[in-house]
Design a protein around this ligand. Sequence first.
Ligand SMILES: [Zn+2]
Length: 254
Amino acid sequence: MDKGSVLRVIEVTAHVRVGTSEIICEYQGMTEPNHMCQAPKPLQSGDLVTVKNVAPTSVLVTGPCGCDFLLWGRLSVGTAGEDTHTLDDVTVATTWDGLLDLVRQWMIVRFALNTDRDLWAWMFVIGSAAHLEYLAVAVLWVADQKPTSFNEYQPKKTLGQAARLVRNRDLLDPATVETLEKVAELRNSVAHRGATYGVPFREGDPSRGEYKGRHIFTDPEGLKQLIDDVDAATQVMGEWLRKAGLGTNAGTPA
Ligand SMILES: [Zn+2]
């Protein structure tokens, strides 16, 4: 089974079986993508899918609707008409490719982050929130006259809490404070509640993945707005800290 090869979906029940005239693979399950196509449609037996990526225990395929489905947890592989062979779990689990495949499957199955777009957008939310939190706490630390070393600085705040303190003490401009608050809300929506259903999906909670009224996983304008706001807030806080005599280029404030 190689990249670009076409497979026929044989069976979609508790497990998923796909194959060609020569080979048949059985998987534990399949993820439903966050469809961006005109006519979303689940995979059915008889559908033809194109292999997009092959990993030791999973395969990413493009379905008839044009969206990608991950077939995960490969159970067996066999030649058509012959006995199937179960995989050697030990070998799979001790190679980097095998381990990263297991990590990827875990992320996809747990959070439904099954496209690079979803995965990277999610990582940007988590990463940018951590970065803004660090800068906002540094602003508070400087405003408090550096009462302890930065690492011991109390109260150690979440981004949302730090944003509230910054607002109450009028330390930064309203637009920057709003960005901190909205990024904190966005981050919480995809780090806690989002984990229970699927991070990039809005079903059951329209506020999940939403930034300033736009869904960052499906609306490019929304993701663009987020990137621009994060850059602007980083700039403002970096400038504030430099003016206060605290360079942040070297990492942890001295
Ligand atoms: Zn689709």
